[in-house]
Design a protein around this ligand. Structure first.
Ligand SMILES: Cc1ncc(COP(=O)(O)O)c(C=O)c1O
Length: 377
């Protein structure tokens, strides 16, 4: 029998939609991963890590390959306005997923409230429950300004709340806007964990190198979880990430920097997709960051409300299933990123991933042109 902490957690929406997509001839814009290669310097760094020093086939330090914790401390220290110690303020994890799990296990106690901002990365809720916590959901409207972030920061301080900031899309910010780390706001460093992912940073999601940055008085508890669960993360991926950050540090802010080039290229993809989706009446909400844009399907909801599916199934899920089967396009229903009681209020949005190569965007265009022709003049 499974442990009680797994009660109610078996269902995973990803499995359902990924399986359905496989049954049809589709263009997959659902899951968030690039289908183009990482930058050459990163791939070469990985190749070098595998074929070079044979000792890189062995364990490295438990809390991170020392050159990696060093470069993360110096790189992010500047961005967060903190002097970071590589041993005390940095922990390398198996992806940002590993960082999140370690943080929840280290900090959430039986009965603790965990405030989760919706829409949320879907694992936050099961990770809270597995740690014995009680999720409390707050829904976001489609605006999130610096003033609101400051309000959240003030509330954290007034109510003595810890903040877990999942910032994996930090470099993917568009229209000249700037990413703001909540840990950089006054009074927040001491109560914030900042989580990052080399997968998102260097378009190499399979590497699964992640990290947590934070004050030692919190990090020490994460280290306790880490040394009693994973202990070491794979060495060679950490070496490749180290070299990649070292390269980026030299190119910081220049046109040659990957952190400058990637958002520029992805902004073009976003604009392409925004324009294409509009042609069939999908209404994209302007995406200012991340791998994704969200399209409003309210018009479809009023024009064709009776799509197949169970009556209690949120409309966006029925719509995505219909779109996969009839239009050959895969997206993700946004209601899966909401708690069950709030899903009915947010069932008119679907999410598309635009971090895809040119061929995929062209294949999407073809599907959309066909859909448009079916709509008639
Ligand atoms: C918001 C968010 N956090 C964390 C992760 C996990 O990152 P990683 O692949 O480094 O484990 C993802 C991946 O999709 C994500 O979207």
């Amino acid at each position: 029998l499974p442990a009680r902490r797994l009660d109610g957690l078996e269902y995973n929406p990803w499995v359902e939609f990924v399986e359905l997509a496989k049954e049809y001839e589709t263009v997959n814009l659902g899951q968030g991963f690039p289908n183009f290669p990482p930058p050459d310097f990163a791939v070469e760094a990985f190749q070098q890590a595998v074929s070079g020093d044979f000792m890189l086939n062995q364990y490295t330090m438990a809390f991170g390959y020392p050159p990696l914790t060093k470069i993360l401390a110096s790189f992010f220290g500047k961005l967060l306005g903190q002097e970071l110690d590589p041993l005390e303020n940095v922990l390398v994890t198996v992806g940002a997923y590993g960082a999140l799990f370690t943080a929840f296990q280290a900090l959430v106690d039986e009965g603790d409230e965990v405030i989760i901002i919706e829409p949320f990365f879907d694992c936050y809720e099961p990770m809270t429950l597995m740690a014995g916590g009680r999720p409390v959901f707050v829904s976001l409207k489609p605006v999130f300004s610096k003033a609101e972030l400051e309000l959240v920061a003030r509330l954290c301080q007034q109510h003595d709340v810890l903040c877990i900031a999942d910032e994996v899309y930090q470099w993917l910010v568009y229209d000249g806007l700037q990413h703001i780390s909540i840990a950089s706001l006054p009074g927040m460093w001491a109560r914030t964990l900042t989580i990052g992912s080399a997968g998102k940073t260097f378009s190499a999601t399979g590497w699964k190198v992640g990290w947590v940055l934070g004050p030692d008085h919190i990090m020490r508890h994460l280290r306790t979880v880490h040394q009693n669960s994973i202990f070491h993360c794979p060495t060679q991926g950490q070496v490749a990430v180290t070299k990649s950050f070292e390269r980026e540090q030299l190119h910081m802010g220049q046109p040659s920097s990957y952190f400058v080039q990637l958002p520029k290229a992805m902004q073009r993809n976003r604009d392409h997709m925004t324009h294409s989706l509009q042609s069939v009446g999908l209404k994209p909400v302007l995406s200012q960051g991340s791998y994704f844009l969200i399209a409003d399907i309210s018009d479809f909801k009023s024009k064709m409300p009776d799509l197949p599916g169970a009556a209690e199934e949120p409309y966006d899920r029925r719509f995505v299933k219909w779109m996969i089967k009839n239009k050959g396009l895969v997206a993700i229903p946004v209601s899966i990123f909401y708690s069950v009681p709030h899903q009915k209020d947010f069932d008119h949005y679907i999410r598309f991933c635009f971090v895809k190569d040119e061929a995929t965007l062209q294949a999407m265009d073809k599907k959309l042109q066909k859909w448009k022709a079916e709509l008639g003049p």
